[in-house]
Design a protein around this ligand. Structure first.
Ligand SMILES: Cc1ncc(COP(=O)(O)O)c(C=O)c1O
Length: 556
């Protein structure tokens, strides 16, 4: 090559490299613009902040005066607290005794117990208001503990309980009968699998099905296949969305190692769409439609209820439009759109979120309620995406199995669930579902407003979250007044109430009365006294000051 040509070649190379760098830079910039401004949107920052927060706690005096309440208010709080403590000790004696007996040996119990309320208050709450971990029976919309206390069940069994516990007991009984002849034989299928595959293909509108043992695994499989078929590395999830506890879908706090191939983007944002439109490394987008209730926020839990900043609001039309646009860009870019319906599938509509929002996904995960009371995860997908091998590369397989996949008892329980789903009386539960539950939320809100209580609820159908309308450091106490009032809550307290569809109006009215009475008792005991100049911001600022002071306190 003469020097002229060499120069030209070098120019061409330089221009090529420059273009590549510019494209990369554009991608990077778009990505940083598409992150949510909160720490939840920045995995590394969230992990660093979490690692910096020191433990400290309030002594008994400060416990009742964290907001500098006057002495008479603090005294009223303390009296109320001790009254509850005596009530709990008497009412939950046996349940609490057994809980205490096993606490040291059950790490999950220690974790949930420590994280029911903001950590500064946690130890005293654990000592005086111990959570009882056992129940012995369920019936209708109630559960009964070891001491015979019957409570309205608002836990929803993490979302599994859609049709009432009796429904699942029947599914399990029938399942056991149908699987008994085969027993626990694995590998070869029970005939129930054939029925389940047929029905799941109809429901999902997708070609193929794979069975797993949990929702987490179904999500893992969806993402693995998306990566395998697109030959791209990254998954996109939206800020705050839960998709199980697998590392790649928990890039921030909770995961000790960085999830380098996960992008966490701002939900319902133009910037996120832009990232999808220009980046070439994105294999799939995971959507948990539950986020429509609290965009970009983690699942609401009372451990984070340090002020009254929790917010939630559901706009079906706006979210449907967002999904439609997401669908469009994924189609254009060959990105696999995965709806994670492990939580909401079957709760919003028989056809799940796809039907409810009118948008089709390439893959859908289901779980929880679909197992008819047994553990399960299911992935449905388009044939081209579900395939675990390549015709032209026989050695390049995408291996994913699991010993207990298609367990006969799980499959027969699932068949029962799906069979019952088609019964007229079950279908009837879906008629006017949103209208019913929106009206019930409005009913409770109206009562709370009429009593001038600083509490409201927001809902996405039967999934509710409790909101607090004036600044307070003590909202987390409401969960204990609600429990004292005979309402069973899950460990995240007032963050999430889940109703089963078999709540009759009379049951619901009883819940409303108990809820309002609990909130009134809490107010009566002074917890919602507020410094007139306090704001959520000033509360957070004060806590930050405490944290900084403890962090840099000299030892000794
Ligand atoms: C949307 C979603 N995906 C996945 C999972 C994980 O399911 P599992 O707990 O069965 O592993 C959950 C569980 O809450 C979920 O809500």
């Amino acid at each position: 090559m003469d020097s002229h040509h060499t120069t030209l070649a070098l120019y061409a190379l330089g221009a090529g490299a420059l273009t590549t760098s510019l494209v990369r830079l554009k991608g990077r910039l778009a990505l940083s613009k598409a992150k949510h401004r909160s720490p939840t949107g920045h995995a590394r920052m969230a992990r660093r902040i979490a690692a910096m927060v020191p433990f400290y706690e309030y002594d008994q005096r400060r416990f009742f005066r964290a907001d500098d309440a006057p002495d008479d208010v603090a005294a009223a709080r303390e009296t109320g607290f001790m009254r509850l403590s005596v009530l709990f000790a008497r009412r939950y004696a046996e349940t609490a005794r057994l809980t205490e007996e096993i606490r040291d040996g059950v790490s999950d119990l220690q974790f949930t117990d420590a994280y029911r309320v903001p950590f500064q208050f946690s130890r005293l709450v654990r000592r005086h208001l111990p959570a009882a971990a056992f129940v012995q029976s369920s019936a209708g919309v109630t559960v009964t503990d070891l001491d015979g206390n019957r409570c309205y069940d608002l836990t929803g069994s993490y979302g599994v309980n859609l049709f009432g516990n009796d429904f699942y007991k029947e599914c399990i009984d029938r399942a056991v009968e149908q699987a008994r002849d085969l027993g626990p034989v694995l590998g070869a299928y029970h005939p129930a699998v054939a029925d389940n595959v047929r029905r799941l293909r109809e429901i999902s509108g997708l070609d193929e099905v794979s069975f797993h043992m949990s929702g987490t695994e179904a999500v893992m499989q969806a993402v693995r296949l998306a990566r395998y078929h697109t030959r791209r590395t990254h998954l996109v999830r939206f800020c705050g969305a839960y998709h199980g506890w697998w590392g790649d879908v928990q890039p921030g706090v909770g995961n000790p190692v960085p999830a380098r191939e996960t992008y966490t983007l701002n939900d319902m944002s133009e910037d996120a769409l832009r990232v999808l439109a220009i980046r070439r490394d994105i294999a799939c987008v995971l959507v948990n439609p539950l986020q429509a209730l609290h965009l970009n926020a983690n699942a609401p839990s009372d451990t984070a209820l340090v002020d009254s900043g929790r917010s939630a609001q559901f706009d079906r039309a706006a979210y449907a439009e967002w999904l439609r646009r997401l669908r469009e860009v994924c189609t254009q870019r060959g990105i696999v759109l995965i709806f994670d319906e492990v939580f909401l599938g079957f709760r919003l509509a028989v056809g799940g979120a796809q039907d409810y929002f009118g948008v089709r996904a390439d893959m859908v995960t289901y779980g929880k309620t679909l197992g008819g009371g047994f553990p399960v995860g299911v992935l449905c997908g388009r044939a081209a995406l579900m395939r675990r091998f390549r015709d032209d590369r026989p050695a390049d397989v995408c291996f994913a199995r699991g010993t207990f996949n298609t367990h006969p008892y799980v499959m027969t329980a699932m068949r029962e669930f799906l069979r019952r789903l088609d019964m007229p009386e079950v279908r009837a539960l879906y008629v006017g579902l949103d209208a019913t539950w929106n009206a019930r939320a409005a009913q409770l809100n109206e009562r709370l407003r009429a009593e001038d209580l600083p509490v409201q609820v927001a809902n996405l159908s039967t999934v509710w979250t409790v909101l607090y309308t004036s600044p307070s450091r003590y909202n987390w106490m409401l969960q204990y007044y609600l429990r004292a009032g005979g309402l069973a809550l899950s460990w995240i307290g007032t963050g999430r109430l889940i109703f089963s569809l078999n709540y009759a109006q009379a049951d619901f009215d009883a819940v409303v009365e108990r809820f309002v009475a609990a909130a009134k008792a809490m107010r009566q005991d002074g917890w919602w006294w507020a410094d007139p100049v306090a704001t959520n911001k000033s509360i957070r600022r004060n806590i930050l000051r405490e944290i900084v002071a403890h962090r840099f306190r000299k030892p000794g």
